[in-house]
Design a protein around this ligand. Structure first.
Ligand SMILES: CC(C)(COP(=O)(O)OP(=O)(O)OC[C@H]1O[C@@H](n2cnc3c(N)ncnc32)[C@H](O)[C@@H]1OP(=O)(O)O)[C@@H](O)C(=O)NCCC(=O)NCCS
Length: 99
């Protein structure tokens, strides 16, 4: 599953999120999916920036924006209520390339 949690149309920013079943992990499938969705967001949806938020403890999920050239721009403390506790998020940002 991959999609934009929301798109801030006023400022043209996409906020994608993703997950994949454990049996399909470790093959680069989600990195390829992210690349396709982000490329579509820049080329077709004309967003100027994509932002990904990942729990600071979620090392696997962090590798994807890092692999795709995102910049880690900040940390949001207590960004998400996960089951029974807060988790912090790293915020990754990627600006649209010049086409
Ligand atoms: C986060 C999540 C999507 C990452 O899954 P993943 O399978 O590691 O991601 P990818 O499909 O991009 O695969 C990357 C892995 O495949 C390997 N790989 C194999 N062939 C590859 C190829 N051709 N290209 C790229 N990577 C390849 C990579 O080395 C990497 O493994 P590593 O992390 O051990 O180095 C998955 O763990 C998940 O769904 N987690 C639960 C939900 C979640 O946390 N979502 C994120 C919220 S933002």
């Amino acid at each position: 599953m991959i999609g934009h949690n929301r798109i801030d149309w006023a400022n043209r920013i996409g906020f994608p999120a993703y997950w994949i079943v454990p049996s399909s992990q470790g093959q680069g499938i989600m990195t390829a999916c992210c690349r396709a969705v982000i490329d579509h967001a820049f080329r077709e949806l004309k967003v100027s920036r994509v932002i990904v938020a990942v729990a600071t403890s979620n090392l696997r999920a962090q590798k994807i924006p890092e692999r795709l050239g995102f910049t880690k721009i900040s940390t949001l403390k207590k960004a998400e209520w996960l089951y029974d506790h807060h988790v912090d998020h790293y915020i990754y940002s990627l600006a649209a390339p010049k086409f």
